[in-house]
Design a protein around this ligand. Sequence first.
Ligand code: KG4
Ligand code: ZN
Length: 336
Amino acid sequence: MRILGIETSCDETCAAVVEDGRRVLSNVVATQTEIHRKYGGVVPEIASRAHLEALVPVVAEALQQARLDIQAIDAVAVVHRPGLIGSLILGVTAAKTLAWLHDRPLVGLNHVECHIYAACLERGELPFPCVALIVSGGHTSLYLCESPLAQALLGATTDDAAGEAFDKVANLLGLPYPGGPSIDRAAMHGSPAAVRFSRPWLAPESFDFSFSGLKTAVLYHVRGHGADAKKRPTQLSEREVADVAASFQECVVDVLVGKTFRAAEVHGMDRLIVGGGVAANTRLRSRFQDQARAAGIELLLPEMRYCTDNAAMVAGLAYHYVQAGRVSGLDLEAKA
Ligand code: KG4
Ligand code: ZN
């Protein structure tokens, strides 16, 4: 079964074709990073317009790379929540149109569930049951997953998502947009022990996360207590920037690794999935790998191209929805 997936929840226009839930035949991503760079963040209205321009060529490219005609597609899948409403509407409308025109089943999916599934692409056995951590620009969530179709939320962020904290701290440090990869690179030249930011563990048994206090701690560290994030660009030496970036990153990674492994222990799981854009972070990947090896836990980290937003994870997960008869009607709606 070959499924065409479409993903437009934020600032990437994505289309992919995946066979039987695992074999990625094509995976096309048109990124809008350059368009939003001068604003220092994603501008929703501009994102919608860019999706409108990119969607038709991106879908055509995904079919062409898979060497398939649209007639060879068995179902059309799309992320319909959560995300930027204007961006979601474009992907949903494109998917509905294709499904209706070619009389194929339509599958509407949740973006975060797709990020969990990204670790299953191009692999043999499905890794369920397991614990999954999704860390992206919009989410920091820990799940207990029974199957690709069933997951229970163990904890989530109470304020900023991990990726959002990376992006905001990068901005504070004067590092270029997008912030996550900039912090990752800067931190390679700094010491993670240079500044001891206190770890936001919250209550001892809690699986929730909170990174907004850490962001303020970084602000006060670099500009003095009571500073305003909107005022005065930070004047720091390259060395200081690298040290603060590495210390901030270490703090976030400590909490993510600590809570995720504790969740696996509490729930008796020996398999872990880590996904979402922040799962592309070099330090996070190596810390998870080291700890998994030490604890005898099987770690599933998606390849880098499946960590950040893509449609292969959408077309892959949709296969299991179609198999289970969980298809959507043409009344499928985008939900922010
Ligand atoms: O999953 P994703 O592509 O989009 C959302 O669903 O939000 O994640 C984007 C987030 C951004 O906040 C970005 O800064 C972060 O992932 N990110 C990283 C890295 N690459 C992307 N954060 C830390 N280190 C990275 N290497
Ligand atoms: Zn995402």
